[in-house]
Design a protein around this ligand. Structure first.
Ligand code: MN9
Ligand code: PYR
Length: 307
């Protein structure tokens, strides 16, 4: 049992990256963003520079500046700042891992490289190990997102025996839909006291039943307060209320998907709902028409007001 690290639980917002109209990172928004998550969403941990944050479209230097801003403004307010350090080049990932340690981040996470893909779980474990070695005192979470990376390895295979190679390994952010593989990850993590965090927001309930310890997702930026209610209902054994909240949430996402819900649309929805200026996405993502985001924001409003 590892007591060395603070366990990562509850809702974790996968943050958007605010950009100016000219497409430069806009650090001036981060302080208000921290307060918004805490005060309006009751969300106390963040996952920075991941998919939602367009991490792979940012330069290493931009990623460092964003991670530092989140740590600086989150200090004494946020429970945990997890920095995603996944890159195509292991050297860049190692540099970001070292940087995360130097700024006082609470943990790091890596996604599998996806251009040259690891041929098996051993290769991916080796990659994660070499990144972890650059920040051995930070908890490392494997970020499993086969839908984006095209790396079809089972997460449970990646986890198997990883503690023998990576002493700082602490769990997985599971953003796939395979509940059997997810269940195997939860089962394996139990005796090791790791955290399994689920990353497909619209089906979180299925993962909760399997025993995940929390969730990382984009929608917790603006629907965290509702999903926190769902977690409470779940923990109180109120299945009827838990399902009603999950169904309502699913309806919002289903509607958003009919309009083409991607990171670009999602980012504009965040601007509409929170009032914080997230700005445009970065190419190759295209800006989302405001009317589309407003329609989704209206749907969210109807859902939350109807509760
Ligand atoms: C691929 C992707 O970005 N997944 C996000 C995090 O893992 C989720 O939070 C989704 O945005 C969310 O579940 C909506 O589909
Ligand atoms: C959603 C998520 O977890 C990410 O953006 O990385």
């Amino acid at each position: 049992m590892s007591q060395r690290f603070k366990k990562l639980t509850g809702l974790v917002a996968a943050t958007f990256t605010p950009l100016t109209a000219e497409g430069e990172i806009n650090l001036s928004v981060i302080a208000a963003y921290v307060d918004y998550l805490i005060e309006k969403q009751n969300v106390k941990s963040v996952f920075v520079n991941g998919t939602t944050g367009e991490g792979c479209s940012l330069t290493v230097d931009e990623r460092k500046q964003l991670a530092a801003a989140w740590c600086q403004h989150g200090k004494g307010k946020l429970e945990q700042v997890i920095v995603h350090v996944g890159c195509m080049s292991i050297k860049d990932s190692q540099e970001l891992a070292r940087h995360a340690a130097s700024i006082g981040a609470d943990g790091i996470s890596v996604i599998s490289p996806s251009y040259f893909k690891p041929i098996n779980a051993d290769a991916l474990r080796l990659f994660i190990k070499e990144v972890s070695a650059s920040a051995p005192d930070l908890p490392m979470y494997y970020y499993h997102l086969p839908g984006m990376t095209g790396v079809a390895l089972e997460a449970a295979d990646v986890l198997n025996g990883i503690e023998r190679e990576i002493p700082s390994f602490q769990g997985v952010k599971y953003s796939g839909t395979d509940l059997r593989d997810l269940g195997q990850c939860v089962c394996y993590s139990q005796s090791r006291d790791w955290s399994v965090l689920y990353g497909v927001d619209e089906q979180l309930l299925g993962a909760l039943v399997l025993g995940v310890h929390g969730a990382v997702g984009s929608t917790y930026n603006y629907l965290g307060h509702i999903v926190n209610q769902m977690l409470s209902a779940f923990n109180n054994g109120n299945h009827t209320q838990t399902r009603a909240l999950q169904f309502g949430f699913m309806e919002v996402i289903t509607f958003a998907r009919t309009l083409g819900f991607d990171v670009s649309v999602n980012k504009q929805v965040m601007s509409e709902v929170s009032g914080l200026p997230m700005g445009p996405p970065r190419l190759p993502l295209l800006p989302c028409p405001v009317s589309k985001a407003q329609a989704i924001a209206q749907k969210i409003h109807n859902f939350t007001q109807g509760l």
